[in-house]
Write a protein that binds this ligand. Structure first.
Ligand code: MOS
Length: 753
């Protein structure tokens, strides 16, 4: 079994605290030299290649597949179809909890969306499997697809996102609007987006009796293990998943997807190892996406510019066979104080794959509308938009009434504004030009994301040679989990980083919890911290109870761990190495476990959010409407920063995603066929280096003792929030045009008089 060994670079040999150090990624050398194993890099002996055949229609039925033609093609070994497939122990359409997503595993001839898997061709070579899939030449019974936000009747689900109510009412919005001195009523639209991680969903599956070994990217090893166990009717411990690295994920590998399971089914059918890798265009359907939204905001303020009402209604889409969608209106729950807040979600069922969590689900889309509307309202009031925000931001979470650290948000506003030079901004639009005559605009947006935690476990070992091991099945999808979590492990074990073996990325390790919701470092980090503390307590126990130890009688509380030694707190000249303690006790090692989870008592008392403020400068050609983002500065407060270099990269990445949201990304769905017309990375536009301006990230120090013992809030998603709104507001400031449909295009600006 392959165990990933990370390169030891001199920078990692630190003595004393590792937490807070800007260490370079420990997986960096492996990745840039092509040695980091991704799922599709695996080729077990005797392996076959599987290729998906997917539907070209969005709704209807497959009436014929030319299985004989495919099977006759040289090299083709097997064709898996609804009529010919291994039995499953569970209906893929069964759903026993809201986070169990229905999968398309060839359960029928029905087609529910374009690019739905309809067959799998298995062959000796990739070429033969690909040709075989083409030869299937399906016939369909075609029904007119339902496409877009106006496709039909809407429904209100019982819960949205991570289980929040679909409708939330606090105070009386109608009373607040009636009493308002000024109101605005505006509708914003955001498009469907697809996750597009660099690494496609891939499975390399090997069965050995009823034991299964798989390489596949997942943000949730234990969840994936449980889902596969249920579908195949085998115990979870029979399933070994390796997912040391993910080439992105963004939510699309949070829950195991249909194509990943189809690879496992194919391996079962042919009784040989099978590799199945999605082609890029096949990722536009069966592996999730962000649903489009239409968000209707109504805001009222009194004569002094204080909010009297805030209403945020979201209409979005879900699939015809499952319920998830983008919970955009939830973004209005936390940021602005208003005596009346009402949020509502509804969705129409369309013939698309089921939407899925996608980076900052809800907050990314919702904050665009909210931050645009707040900016519009500030201008309507003749108020400076930063001042307007400060005037209205919540000192306590408005709906729950629970306090959070609003000082952190104040600091983000102040530091970001100063660094950007915001004070020089003219209030009115179209006031600034550069030397080339381009219109210049400045805008801002507030960033916020909840500080979530899931449940995770870690196992710590200190060995007789004085080294340590920390094990947790964490997921590195590019954010740097191997590095940040190893830093926490080293400090938790009281060892230099190069004396700690950090094991991760496999399902046979303790469950680290899902890498999602920006909660991975907090959850797995807390588990690691607690496991380290537990194993040190055992060492301390061995030493302080032993008359032969220099630490005898110190008691657990009287000992600190550092550099592979325990020291008496009251007299640091008295110390003993871990190796000596274990040698005297005649032990090869000591081990202990720790868990990480939210503290319900603290959660009941405090609202927990990370905050930030993003400032953007854009330039617009007044004749051609061409848009450039020329500067972005984000200031963020996200609790304890484990690794400033990684955190900076995460926040920059988030801000670039925000820019992508404002100006680039959009999946265009053909209304007649229900197919995504730009299902590739050439026409599905994302920013490239040439689009990305000078950017900077400031992290505002924040010591939040309530979120968890390490004070970690998470940084994976907050950078997206606020950023797109900041750019939209800057575009208005440059041109005087409010564009409320995203992404903003040249043609939205050239119609300007
Ligand atoms: Mo995420 S959408 O929490 O990977």
């Amino acid at each position: 079994m392959l165990d990933v060994r990370l390169t030891e670079a001199p920078a990692h040999v630190r003595h004393g605290s590792n937490i807070g150090q800007p260490l370079t990624r420990r997986d960096g050398v492996l990745k840039v030299t092509g040695k980091a194993p991704f799922a599709a890099d695996h080729h077990p002996p005797n392996m076959l290649f599987a290729v998906l055949a997917v539907s070209s229609i969005a709704r209807g039925r497959v009436t014929f597949l030319d299985v004989a033609a495919a099977k006759n093609h040289p090299g083709v070994v097997e064709v898996m179809t609804p009529a010919h497939k291994p039995a499953l122990a569970e209906d893929p359409d069964a759903k026993t909890n809201p986070f169990m997503f229905r999968l398309d595993l060839l359960q029928s001839d029905q087609v529910r969306y374009a690019n739905q898997p309809i067959a799998v061709v298995v062959a000796e070579t990739l070429e033969a499997a690909t040709e075989g899939a083409t030869l299937l030449a399906p016939n369909y019974e075609l029904l007119a697809p339902r496409v877009g936000l106006d496709a039909g009747e809407s429904f209100v689900p019982p819960a949205v996102g991570v289980g929040n109510p679909a409708v939330v009412e606090h105070g009386d919005v109608e009373v607040g609007l009636a009493a308002a001195a000024k109101t605005i009523d505006a509708t914003y639209e955001t498009p469907p987006q697809y996750h597009n991680p660099m690494e496609p969903h891939a499975t390399v599956a090997t069965w050995d009796g009823d034991k299964l070994s798989i390489d596949t990217p997942t943000q949730g090893l234990a969840l994936a293990q449980g889902r596969i166990a249920g579908l195949f009717g085998i115990p979870p411990e029979n399933i070994h998943i390796r997912s040391p690295f993910l080439g992105g994920g963004f939510g699309s590998t949070g829950f195991i997807t249909g194509p990943q399971i189809l690879g496992i089914m194919a391996a079962r059918l042919v009784n040989r190892p099978v590799k199945l890798v999605l082609r890029r265009e096949q990722m536009y359907g069966p592996v999730g996406h962000r649903s489009p939204t239409r968000q209707h905001l109504r805001i009222g303020v009194d004569e002094t510019g204080l909010l009297t009402a805030l209403e945020h209604h979201t209409k979005t889409v879900s699939s015809t066979f499952d319920d998830f969608f983008e919970p955009a209106a939830d973004a209005s729950h936390t940021l602005y104080a208003s005596p009346a807040i009402r949020t509502m979600h509804k969705a129409v069922r369309v013939d698309s794959g089921t939407p899925m969590f996608m980076r900052a689900p809800g907050e990314a889309t919702g904050s665009i509308a909210l931050e645009s509307a707040i900016d519009e309202m500030a201008w309507a009031c003749g108020m400076e938009p930063l001042y307007f925000r400060i005037r209205n931001y919540a000192e306590v979470e408005p709906i729950s009434g629970k306090p959070f650290s609003s000082k952190a948000l104040r600091d983000c506003y102040a530091r970001g504004a100063e660094c950007f030079g915001w004070a020089r901004r003219p209030l009115a639009p179209r006031q600034m030009r550069d030397n080339a005559g381009l219109l210049v605009g400045w805008g801002m947006g507030t960033a916020t994301f909840p500080a979530l935690m899931f449940q995770g476990t870690a196992r710590a070992v200190v060995r007789a040679d004085g080294g340590g091991v920390m094990e947790t099945g964490a997921h590195d999808m590019g954010q740097g989990a191997w590095t940040a979590l190893a830093q926490i492990a080293a400090d938790g074990l009281g060892l230099p980083l190069d004396r700690v073996e950090f094991r991760s990325g496999r399902s046979d390790l303790p469950d680290a919890g899902i890498a999602g919701g920006s909660a991975h470092t907090a959850t797995a980090g807390q588990a690691i911290h607690n496991a380290g503390a537990a194993v040190i307590a055992k060492l301390a126990d061995l030493a302080t109870r032993d008359e032969r130890s220099r630490l005898f009688g110190a008691g657990n509380a009287g000992v600190t761990a550092r550099d592979g030694r325990l020291f008496r707190r009251d007299d640091e000249t008295r110390s003993e190495s871990y190796a000596d303690i274990l040698a005297r006790a005649g032990l090869a090692e000591v081990e202990a476990s720790g868990t990480g989870a939210a503290n319900p008592a603290a959660q009941a008392e405090y609202a927990m959010h990370a905050h930030g403020a993003v400032f953007a400068e854009v330039k617009v050609d007044p004749d051609l409407g061409q848009i450039r983002v020329t500067r972005m500065i984000g200031a963020f407060a996200a609790g304890r920063i484990i690794n400033p270099k990684l955190v900076r990269s995460q926040l920059l990445g988030g801000m670039i995603w925000g820019m992508s949201f404002a100006l680039h990304e959009e999946a265009v769905v053909d209304r007649r066929s229900g197919r995504v017309m730009n299902a590739n990375l050439a026409e599905y536009q994302v920013p490239v280096n040439a689009d990305v301006p000078s950017m900077d990230v400031l992290t505002v120090e924040e010591d939040d003792p309530h979120v968890n013992a390490l004070g970690i809030k998470g940084v994976g998603e907050i950078g997206i929030t606020g950023s797109a709104g900041a750019i939209a507001n800057a575009l208005w400031h440059a041109t005087g045009v409010r564009v409320r449909r995203f992404p903003i295009r040249i043609r939205d600006l050239v119609t300007v008089p």
